[in-house]
Design a protein around this ligand. Structure first.
Ligand code: ZN
Length: 160
């Protein structure tokens, strides 16, 4: 188990563009394993490699516990509909905001064996796909979210 340190907002690396993975080396496989441990330890539903300080186009999404999706060089190939909901980010601790995202998103990506696959997600999964893929281009949800006020945050925590 190797939990990595999550980079938080203010660190310039979060604004950089990640580079494609050209070869799935043992180091990349180790990174995938470490990112999984880091995501689980943080109780998150998605993590991009840049959030652990590695500028590679790799993201993990796990919006249903136990159904971890590892995506290497992911690309959105279809978007449909629209939704608005509350979003947060492990790199922006303690904050939440409302974003507008597609209702359904289809992503093409490579798995750890180097095989391409296509996955479609709606609602939370669609938001997570968009959010994590944005990280690969240095985009954070706070760039376009309507952030919740302290009062709204308090209400949100009371509901939980
Ligand atoms: Zn994030």
């Amino acid at each position: 188990m190797a939990k990595l340190k999550i980079v938080t907002v203010g660190d310039d690396i979060l604004r950089k563009k990640s580079r494609p993975v050209t070869e799935i080396t043992p180091r990349i496989l180790q990174l995938l394993d470490d990112m999984k441990d880091t995501l689980h330890a943080a109780n998150g539903c998605g993590l991009a490699a840049v959030q652990v300080g590695v500028l590679r186009r790799i993201v993990l999404v796990e919006t249903e516990p136990g159904n971890l999706i590892e995506m290497i060089n992911p690309e959105i190939i279809a978007r449909e509909g629209e939704q608005q909901d509350i979003e947060g980010c492990l790199s922006v601790p303690g904050k939440y905001g409302v974003t507008t995202r597609p209702m359904t998103v289809t992503v093409k990506a490579m798995d750890r064996n180097g095989d391409w696959f296509v996955v479609t997600g709606s609602e939370l999964a669609a938001r997570a796909f968009c959010h994590e893929l944005d990280h690969l281009d240095g985009v954070l949800y706070i760039d376009h979210a309507k952030m919740l006020t302290d009062d709204q945050l308090e209400e949100l925590y009371e509901e939980e």
